[in-house]
Design a protein around this ligand. Sequence first.
Ligand SMILES: Cc1cc2nc3c(=O)[nH]c(=O)nc-3n(C[C@H](O)[C@H](O)[C@H](O)COP(=O)(O)OP(=O)(O)OC[C@H]3O[C@@H](n4cnc5c(N)ncnc54)[C@H](O)[C@@H]3O)c2cc1C
Length: 295
Amino acid sequence: MGYKILMKKELGSSGTLFEIELATPLIAKKARAGNFILIRINEKGERIPLTIADYNRKKGTLTIVFQVIGKTTKLLSKLEEGNFLLDVVGPLGNEIHIKKFDYPVVIIGGGVGIAPCYPQAKELKKVGNKIIAIIGARSSNLLFWREKMDKVSDELIICTDDGTEGKKSVVTEPLKELLKREPLSLVISIGPLIMMKFVALTTNGYEGLPKVKTMVSLNTIMIDGTGMCGGCRFSTIDGKIYFACVDGPDVDGHMVDFDNLIKRAKRFTAQEKESIELYEHECGAVEKLKMGGSF
Ligand SMILES: Cc1cc2nc3c(=O)[nH]c(=O)nc-3n(C[C@H](O)[C@H](O)[C@H](O)COP(=O)(O)OP(=O)(O)OC[C@H]3O[C@@H](n4cnc5c(N)ncnc54)[C@H](O)[C@@H]3O)c2cc1C
């Protein structure tokens, strides 16, 4: 049968962000902040990794949040409550290390990356840390979970690139102000590779600002998620090779060779474009048939 979708809702108002609650009692029992799952929608589907954005052990459920960017996420967005996913594998990846730090922890979520920040903020807050959350997106319609993030942080800073909500700035601007304002123990950054690259540069002693340990969550291409395929390989600035699925996905941002990773993330662009075009062509043909037409 598979894994039932118990709840589905749209987030923001861009038409591209969705939250899904899945019935996965065994995975919910073991899930921790930092873990992800691999899902397959149907027999012909590819596997895609999604971060566990929340879990409820009593109900036996996991929450995932995803952005529609290609064929599989588009197909996922078409499923409704009561539908099933064929496979859900997890929890995969390393959980984050939870402890009480001396100084505040800054958690920065960009776009869909806001969702994986939530369980990390929640668990770090639970052990007594002061949490300063920065959430940002291109525009207000791509922001979500403001109230959830507010509940698990002591200070919430909102930014948008176009100024439609909160500060008109990229997330590194309030981060620079915080670095000047007070000592920080840890910065966590989850979002687009380019955002994580600039957060890591800002916390690495940029223009005389203090250096602060920074964890980033690597959303590299993954296939098996268990260290066998090598698809999620990334290199460090000193030339060492790691796998994001088993060595991460949360890793020390100061060691990552982001320029190499950004190049690797684009290596299947032609195939991804072909796949979504074929899917949309097939969908169009099915709609035509439903309306009494022919191929
Ligand atoms: C550990 C991890 C956690 C993630 N968590 C989330 C999440 O919580 N929410 C979310 O929206 N996205 C998340 N992603 C990214 C998500 O897996 C991709 O957006 C998704 O696979 C895109 O598939 P597609 O067919 O819709 O798009 P495609 O057109 O196939 O690809 C579009 C882009 O998505 C990325 N991508 C494609 N296939 C994969 C793959 N198998 N693995 C990883 N990235 C891929 C590539 O950057 C690619 O250029 C995560 C990725 C990783 C590695």
